[in-house]
Design a protein around this ligand. Structure first.
Ligand code: 5AD
Ligand code: FES
Length: 360
């Protein structure tokens, strides 16, 4: 079947998805035109902001791809104090960002759970309930998820990283801290507790094939996710996976593949929220805006105090690490309008997919 035929009949089988992911030139342009049109039809040209607060880069896990993994000694660890977190949240609120994301290295302890609970309540109080809060704090017990939900968070991001179990274990140590099934269970707990659930994968990883990526898209469809954040894999020299970077597609190829993944997810799930991942910008200075043009509708401007940004390097070349948040906001405004989109200031921009399922 030709690309046009697949796009017209909308039957996204694994085989069809592999063919679409391999598309180049006019075929690729046809996919992007279609996904841009679908986004406009279902979601308009609004882009929602989530001010990203990277609250702590201490991590108990050792994922083979990640720069802040426990075994990397080559950088400073930090943990923002509560005042610094509140200042960042206040900044996002004052700038009318609508929502924030609290992200951290993975920590599992009663102290951490209680701290987040306290911060959530304070942020809700500070903003009179107006600031929406997304969490990206890794795998936790259902009870912890419930406490955080009850304290005011309503969206949670937990990337599956790869939905293929074999590939998952090539990217993570095979031990109880990095268990594939545990991660899946967490996604189900999050849904059960009532969160809008987001997941996603890295694109262009060592050992990853187009079949894996097609399976990832089908996984997201079957799980019926509400939100997605996915971006290109960007190698980090102080991680074990770096050893395999020479056989990889170029960064530019990984970038293009990531755009195709975003476009295809938009075609398969028109109502989900899709973030234009920061990793896109590590490869292309206007990478996120390109993603917004072809299907993404969420952007996560970094509002972490500038002092710490250099030390939250999940991957190398992370953009804007040396700038204050306000600088980022100015350059974002200009670039988003060039991408044909409009910033929906002060709105939560909840997932329409979630609402369609009856969630509130
Ligand atoms: N390249 C791209 N993305 C990465 N992440 C972690 N390390 C890398 C990397 N080297 C992503 C993971 C994680 C998210 C917070 O950052 O997908 O879930
Ligand atoms: Fe921290 Fe993977 S290295 S969660």
């Amino acid at each position: 079947m030709s690309i046009k035929e697949i796009l017209n009949n909308g039957d996204f089988t694994k085989e069809a998805l592999v063919q679409l992911l391999a598309a180049e030139d006019q075929d690729m342009t046809a996919i992007f035109e279609r996904s841009a049109a679908i986004k406009l039809k279902y979601l308009g040209n609004k882009v929602y902001f989530r001010g990203l607060i990277e609250l702590c880069n201490i991590c108990e896990k050792d994922c083979f791809y990640c720069g802040i993994r426990k075994s990397n000694p080559h950088f400073e660890r930090y943990n923002l104090n509560d005042d610094e977190v509140m200042q960042a949240a206040q900044f996002a609120f004052d700038e009318n960002y609508g929502s924030i994301v609290l992200q951290s290295g993975e920590l599992q302890s009663e102290g951490f759970t209680a701290r987040i609970e306290r911060l959530l309540k304070k942020i809700k109080e500070m903003s009179g309930g107006k600031l929406g809060i997304t969490l990206s704090l890794g795998e936790q017990s259902e009870e912890t998820y419930r406490r955080w939900f009850e304290a005011g968070a309503h969206r949670y991001l937990l990337r599956i990283e790869s939905s293929n179990k074999e590939l998952y274990y090539k990217l993570h140590p095979k031990d109880s801290k990095h268990d594939y099934q545990a991660r899946l269970d967490c996604l189900h707990s999050l849904r059960k507790v009532g969160f809008q659930v987001g997941t996603g994968v890295m694109i262009g990883l060592p050992f990853q094939t187009l079949e894996h990526l097609a399976e990832d898209l089908l996984f997201m469809k079957t799980f019926d996710i509400d939100m997605c954040g996915m971006g290109p894999y960007v190698e980090h020299q102080h991680t074990p996976l770096y050893e395999f970077h020479e056989g990889l597609p170029t960064q530019r190829q990984r970038f293009t593949l990531a755009l195709k993944m975003i476009a295809l997810l938009r075609l398969m799930m028109p109502k989900v929220n899709i973030a234009a991942a920061t990793a896109l910008q590590a490869i292309d200075p206007i990478g996120r805006e390109k993603a917004l043009r072809i299907g993404a509708n969420i952007i996560m401007p970094n509002v972490t105090p500038g002092l710490y940004r250099d030390d939250y390097n999940l991957y190398e070349n992370k953009p804007c690490t040396d700038e204050e948040a306000s600088d980022c906001k100015n350059c974002l405004e200009a670039r988003i309008s060039i991408s044909g989109n409009e910033i929906a200031y002060g709105e939560w921009g909840d997932s329409l997919q979630f609402k369609a399922r009856g969630g509130q």
